[in-house]
Ligand binder design. Structure first.
Ligand SMILES: *[C@@H]1O[C@H](CO)[C@@H](O)[C@H](O)[C@H]1NC(C)=O
Ligand SMILES: *[C@@H]1O[C@H](CO)[C@@H](O)[C@H](O)[C@H]1NC(C)=O
Ligand SMILES: *[C@@H]1O[C@H](CO)[C@@H](O)[C@H](O)[C@H]1NC(C)=O
Ligand SMILES: *[C@@H]1O[C@H](CO)[C@@H](O)[C@H](O)[C@H]1NC(C)=O
Ligand SMILES: *[C@@H]1O[C@H](CO)[C@@H](O)[C@H](O)[C@H]1NC(C)=O
Ligand SMILES: *[C@@H]1O[C@H](CO)[C@@H](O)[C@H](O)[C@H]1NC(C)=O
Ligand SMILES: *[C@@H]1O[C@H](CO)[C@@H](O)[C@H](O)[C@H]1NC(C)=O
Ligand SMILES: *[C@@H]1O[C@H](CO)[C@@H](O)[C@H](O)[C@H]1NC(C)=O
Ligand SMILES: *[C@@H]1O[C@H](CO)[C@@H](O)[C@H](O)[C@H]1NC(C)=O
Ligand SMILES: *[C@@H]1O[C@H](CO)[C@@H](O)[C@H](O)[C@H]1NC(C)=O
Ligand SMILES: *[C@@H]1O[C@H](CO)[C@@H](O)[C@H](O)[C@H]1NC(C)=O
Ligand SMILES: *[C@@H]1O[C@H](CO)[C@@H](O)[C@H](O)[C@H]1NC(C)=O
Length: 781
C-alpha cells in the first residue's frame, strides 16, 4: 500500500519555531478536560513571551520558566507566566498545594475532585524553574511502555507532562511513515523497505539501528498509517500545550540493498546486537559524508515538516547506541558528526541535534575520552544537546568535563525493559542535580526521564523548580496527601508506610550492587543456579530489608481497615496492589531457596522427597496468588489482557485509510501479528529468545499462563529426574524453550489460564484477605 505525502520546499530561513505557541489556549483546554466544573475559576495570562530559544533558536539561551499564582478580584485564581508550560506548572502548584489533587500514570486524573468554590491563595506565590528545559521519555519507552498506547493514553500522559512543566518531550511515534516515503522516493523498493523495518513492539531498536526486519511477518502499512495519524494528534497537542517536540531525523540506517541502487555509496555494516542472527541485525549504515546522506536528510526533514508543521528544530538522532562505530579513528569520528550536523543544517538551518549519552556508559571501553571529544567536536556547542541518561547512578558529565561544553540534561533512569519493582534513589535525584548545576564548568540545561515508580519522577520534575534539594520527608508527606485525596482525613498508616519506604525501598545507595528496580527471580527461566544475587541494571538482589517492607504493607493495608472508603479510592487500590505484589514477589525467594536446597540433596540421607514436593507446590501456589491479587485489583495496567487488547485494537484502526480494502480476515490476521509482537517483547524478545525475559512483567495472566507453567515444569523435572541437581540440564532447557515458543502464537483468551477479561470491578478487598490468610508467615500475621 502506498501513501504519498505532499512535498513542500524548504522552511523559510530565519523563521524559528514559527508555530511556537504563545497562547493560553492549551492550558485552558487542559482545564476543560480535567476540571470541567471549574473552567471559569482560572484566569491565565501570558506576561511576556519567553526570551531566548523562541526568539533566537539558541537552546542554551532559553530563559527559565516563571509563574505566579494570585487571587483575582472576583474569586478567580489568576495564574500568570512567561510560557504556556509555566502556566500549566502554576496550575499544578495550586492544585497540589491548595486542593491536594493531581494526575497520575495508571490512575488517571483526580483534578475533578476539586470543590466548586476554590480556596483563595494565602499570598501571591512565585515559581521559577532552575533549568530552562524539562525533558521526558526515552527512545525505548516508546516500545516498552507506549507501543500500543491509544490517543486517550497519550492525552493523559501529555496532560501529566504539561502539569509537571515538561517542555521537551521526545516524539517518535509514526517515524516509519516519513522514512518509508523517503526511501521509496530514493528508489528503494517496497520489499527492500520490508527487510529493513521491525514489528510494532520493536521499533525503538530498529530506530537505533540495533535490529532490522520483522520476525513473524512484515510490518503492515496499516500500522504505519495509523501511527502516523496518532503522531499528528500527539505533536499538535504537544505544541498546543507549549512543548517543543523532539522530532526524529534521518539517522543513516538504510535497507541493506543500498549498494544495488547506489553502487558508489559509502556504507558500512553495523555490529551484531545481542544474540540476533545477521538477518535481523548487522544494520547497514550510510556514511554521513556520502552525498546521499544529505539528500535523504533533506528529504526526511522536509516531509516531516510538511506533515506536522514547522514546530521544532530539535532532533533526536543516535547512530551508535549499543553499536560501536566502524572505526575508532579520531578523524573518522569527527567526520561522522560534522557531516551529520551539516546535513541537518542544510535541511533546517536552526537544527539542534539531541544525542542520547547512553553509549558513553554502555560502551565505555570503546568511548575513551579522546574519542568522545573527537566525536562531539564535530558539532558546535550550541548545535547539540546531550542526554546524560543515567545521571543518578552512572553520570558521564564529570568524566567528559560536561561533554566538552555541550549543553546537557540530567536524566533519571532506573528501570530496564519496563520491569516492575519498587525502587528509587531519593538522595541522588534531589541532591545531585543541584550539585551538577552549581558546578562551575557545568552546561546542564535540563532534567527528566520516565519509567515506573511515579513518585521518583514527580520528585525529580519538582526538583527542577527548586534551587535547594527538596526535603524528601515533607515531599513524601505532601505527595501522600494529594495521592489519596478523597478520604476526609487520611489515616496515619498511609503516611507511615510511605515514610518507611522512603528510607528503604526508595533509598538505594548501594549502586555498585544494583542500580535499577529489582527483577524478581520468578520472572526468569527456572534454574537451580544463576538466579540469585544478580547485580547491575537487571539485579535480582533485593536492596532493602524485606521485613521492613512488610511493616510498611501492614500500615498501608491497616489504613483501609480504619477508613473503608479507601477501597473506593483508585490510587489506594493501585498502590496496595503494587506493595502486596512486591511483598509476595520477595516471599518467593526463601521458598525457592528451600526447594533447591531440598532437591539438590538427593543423596543426602535426611533428604525428604515429601518436603521437596510440598515446597515445590508452595512455589506454584504463591505465584498463582500473586496472579490473582493482580487480577482482582481492578487496574488494567496490572494485566496481560490489557497489553494484548491494546495491541489487537490497533488492527481495527482505520482512521486514515480511505482506500482501505480491509476485510475481517485481514483484520484478524493483523490483530494476531500485533498480539504476537506484544507477547514476544515481554517474553522471548526475539524470534527464538535472543533477550529472553529482559522485558518481563508481573502481570495477571502472564504469571498464570507463562511463569507458572515454566516453574511447574521445573518442579516436576527436578523431582523426577536423577540429574535434577545439575543446573545445566539440557532436556529441561529444551522443553522450556518449546513451551515458550508455543506461547508466542497463542491467541488471547483461548487457553484456560487466560480466560478472564480486563477486570472492571475491584474484588481486591476479599482477595487480599484470602491471600493474607493463605500466607500468614509472609504477612507477619
Ligand atoms: C547561545 O546562548 C549562549 C548563552 O547566552 C551564548 O553563550 C552562546 O554564544 C549562544 N550561541 C549562539 C550560537 O548564539
Ligand atoms: C473574573 O474576572 C475576570 C476578569 O478580571 C473574568 O475574565 C472572569 O470571567 C471572571 N470570573 C468570574 C467567575 O466571574
Ligand atoms: C494557607 O493558610 C492556612 C491558614 O494559615 C494554612 O493552614 C495553609 O497551610 C496555607 N496554605 C498554603 C498552601 O500555604
Ligand atoms: C551484513 O550485511 C551486509 C550487507 O550490508 C552483507 O554483505 C553481509 O554479508 C552481512 N553479514 C552477515 C554476517 O550476514
Ligand atoms: C570525511 O571523510 C571523507 C572520506 O574519507 C572525506 O572525503 C571528507 O573530506 C571528510 N570530511 C571531513 C569534513 O573531514
Ligand atoms: C548517589 O547517592 C549516594 C548516597 O546516597 C552516593 O553514595 C552515590 O555516590 C551517589 N551516586 C552518584 C552517582 O552520585
Ligand atoms: C539513605 O541512606 C543513606 C545511607 O545509609 C543515609 O545516609 C540517608 O540518610 C538515607 N536517606 C533517607 C531518606 O533515608
Ligand atoms: C546471595 O547473597 C547472600 C547474601 O550475601 C548469600 O548469603 C548467598 O549465599 C548468596 N547466594 C548465592 C546463590 O550466591
Ligand atoms: C530487618 O528489619 C527487621 C525489623 O526491623 C529487623 O528485626 C531485622 O534485624 C532487620 N534485618 C536486617 C538484616 O537488618
Ligand atoms: C541434608 O539435607 C537437609 C535438609 O535439606 C539439610 O538441612 C542438611 O544440611 C543436609 N546435609 C548435608 C550433609 O548436605
Ligand atoms: C545445586 O547443585 C548445583 C550442582 O551441584 C550447584 O551448582 C548449585 O550451587 C546448588 N544450588 C544450591 C542452591 O545449593
Ligand atoms: C541453567 O543455567 C545454566 C547456566 O546459565 C545453563 O547452562 C542451563 O542450561 C540452565 N538450565 C536450564 C534448565 O535452563
Amino acid at each position: 500500500m502506498r501513501f504519498s505525502l505532499a512535498t513542500i520546499g524548504f522552511l523559510a530561513v530565519g523563521v524559528v519555531n514559527a508555530a511556537q505557541n504563545l497562547s493560553t489556549a492549551g492550558v485552558e483546554a487542559l482545564v476543560q478536560r480535567r476540571l470541567p466544573n471549574n473552567v471559569n475559576d482560572f484566569v491565565f495570562t501570558l506576561n511576556s513571551p519567553p526570551s531566548g530559544y523562541a526568539a533566537t533558536g539558541n537552546t542554551t539561551d532559553k530563559a527559565n520558566d516563571e509563574y505566579s499564582v494570585s487571587n483575582g478580584h472576583n474569586g478567580t485564581i489568576n495564574i500568570a507566566g512567561n510560557s504556556p508550560i509555566a502556566l500549566a506548572s502554576g496550575l499544578r502548584w495550586y492544585m497540589t498545594n491548595y486542593i491536594r489533587v493531581d494526575i497520575y500514570w495508571f490512575i488517571g486524573s483526580r483534578l475533578h475532585l476539586a470543590p466548586q468554590i476554590l480556596p483563595k491563595v494565602n499570598a501571591t506565590y512565585q515559581g521559577s524553574s532552575i533549568v530552562p528545559w524539562r525533558y521526558h521519555f526515552n527512545t525505548v519507552t516508546f516500545s516498552y511502555t507506549a507501543a500500543f498506547w491509544s490517543w486517550e493514553d497519550w492525552e493523559l500522559e501529555l496532560d501529566w507532562l504539561a502539569l509537571r512543566g515538561v517542555n521537551l518531550p521526545l516524539a517518535w511515534v509514526g517515524y516509519e511513515k516519513v522514512l518509508i516515503e523517503v526511501l521509496l522516493e530514493a528508489g528503494f523498493t517496497q520489499s527492500d523497505v520490508a527487510t529493513c523495518l521491525s514489528g510494532p513492539a520493536f521499533q525503538s531498536w530498529n530506530r537505533f539501528g540495533n535490529i532490522q526486519g520483522s520476525w513473524g511477518g512484515d510490518l503492515p502499512m496499516q500500522w504505519v498509517d495509523s501511527q502516523y495519524a496518532l503522531q499528528k494528534q500527539i505533536v499538535s497537542r504537544m505544541v498546543e500545550l507549549g512543548m517543543t517536540p523532539v522530532l526524529p531525523a534521518f539517522t543513516g540506517f538504510v535497507p541493506y540493498q543500498v549498494g544495488k541502487h547506489y553502487p558508489n555509496a559509502s556504507f558500512v555494516n553495523g555490529s551484531q546486537w545481542n544474540a540476533f542472527p545477521a538477518q535481523y541485525t548487522n544494520v547497514t549504515f550510510l556514511e554521513p559524508f556520502d552525498p546521499l546522506f544529505t539528500t535523504l536528510q533533506k528529504s526526511f526533514i522536509s516531509k516531516q515538516a510538511a506533515a506536522y508543521g514547522n514546530v521544532s528544530s530539535i532532533y533526536t538522532l543516535d547512530q551508535y547506541n549499543e553499536n560501536n562505530p566502524y572505526s575508532g579513528d579520531l578523524t573518522y569520528l569527527q567526520n561522522v558528526t560534522s557531516n551529520t550536523i551539516a546535513s541537518l543544517k542544510i535541511a533546517d538551518p536552526n537544527a539542534v541535534w539531541m544525542l542520547q549519552g547512553w553509549l558513553f556508559y554502555s560502551s565505555a571501553t570503546f568511548w575513551t575520552n579522546d574519542r568522545i571529544k573527537a566525536y562531539l567536536g564535530g558539532v558546535k556547542n550550541s548545535d547539540m544537546i546531550v542526554l546524560d541518561l543515567f545521571s543518578e547512578s552512572q553520570p558521564q558529565w564529570q568524566r567528559t568535563n560536561s561533554y566538552y561544553g555541550k549543553p546537557w540534561i540530567w536524566c533519571e533512569l532506573h528501570d530496564y525493559g519496563g520491569n516492575m519493582g519498587l525502587y528509587g534513589q531519593v538522595e541522588n535525584v534531589t541532591v545531585n542535580p543541584i550539585q551538577a548545576l552549581a558546578n562551575t564548568s557545568s552546561t546542564m540545561i535540563g532534567m527528566g526521564g520516565q519509567e515506573g515508580n511515579e513518585i521518583m519522577y514527580d520528585i525529580l520534575l519538582d526538583q527542577a523548580w527548586s534551587k535547594h534539594p527538596l526535603n524528601s520527608d515533607t515531599y513524601f508527606h505532601d505527595w501522600v496527601t494529594s495521592r489519596y485525596h478523597g478520604a476526609a482525613s487520611l489515616p496515619v498508616g498511609l503516611y507511615k508506610a510511605w515514610e518507611t519506604m522512603r528510607s528503604t525501598v526508595y533509598n538505594n545507595t548501594q549502586i555498585d550492587i544494583a542500580n535499577a528496580v529489582t527483577k524478581s527471580i520468578f520472572e526468569l527461566a527456572p534454574n537451580t543456579t544463576g538466579l540469585l544475587n544478580r547485580t547491575g541494571h537487571h539485579p535480582t538482589t533485593i536492596q532493602y530489608n524485606t521485613t521492613v517492607l512488610i511493616a510498611a504493607w501492614k500500615d498501608f493495608y491497616g489504613a483501609a481497615l480504619q477508613e473503608p472508603s479507601l477501597w473506593d479510592n483508585t490510587a489506594y487500590t493501585f498502590d496496595l496492589t503494587d506493595i502486596t505484589r512486591q511483598v509476595l514477589a520477595n516471599a518467593f525467594y526463601p521458598v525457592y531457596i528451600s526447594f533447591v536446597a531440598a532437591a539438590n540433596n538427593t543423596n543426602n540421607a535426611t533428604y525428604s522427597r515429601t518436603t521437596a514436593i510440598n515446597v515445590g507446590a508452595q512455589m506454584i501456589s504463591l505465584l498463582s496468588d500473586i496472579d490473582s491479587v493482580l487480577a482482582a485489583s481492578g487496574h488494567p495496567s496490572f494485566t496481560l489482557a490489557n497489553w494484548i487488547a491494546s495491541a489487537r485494537a490497533w488492527a481495527s484502526s482505520t482512521s486514515n485509510l480511505p482506500d482501505t480494502t480491509t476485510t475481517s480476515s485481514t483484520i484478524s490476521q493483523t490483530a494476531a501479528f500485533y498480539e504476537y509482537n506484544a507477547r514476544n517483547q515481554i517474553t522471548l524478545w526475539g524470534p527464538t529468545g535472543q533477550i529472553s525475559d529482559y522485558a518481563s512483567k508481573q502481570w495477571a495472566g502472564l504469571i498464570s499462563s507463562y511463569y507458572v507453567p515454566r516453574w511447574e515444569m521445573f518442579v516436576d523435572y527436578t523431582l523426577n529426574s536423577s540429574t535434577a541437581a545439575n543446573g545445566a540440564n539440557a532436556a529441561l532447557a529444551k522443553s522450556l524453550l518449546a513451551f515458550e515458543e508455543n506461547w508466542q502464537t497463542q491467541v488471547w483468551g483461548e487457553s484456560e489460564e487466560e480466560s478472564y477479561v480486563v477486570p472492571e470491578a475491584a474484588r481486591l478487598t476479599s482477595e487480599i484477605a484470602r491471600v493474607v490468610g493463605c500466607w500468614p508467615n509472609v504477612f507477619g500475621r
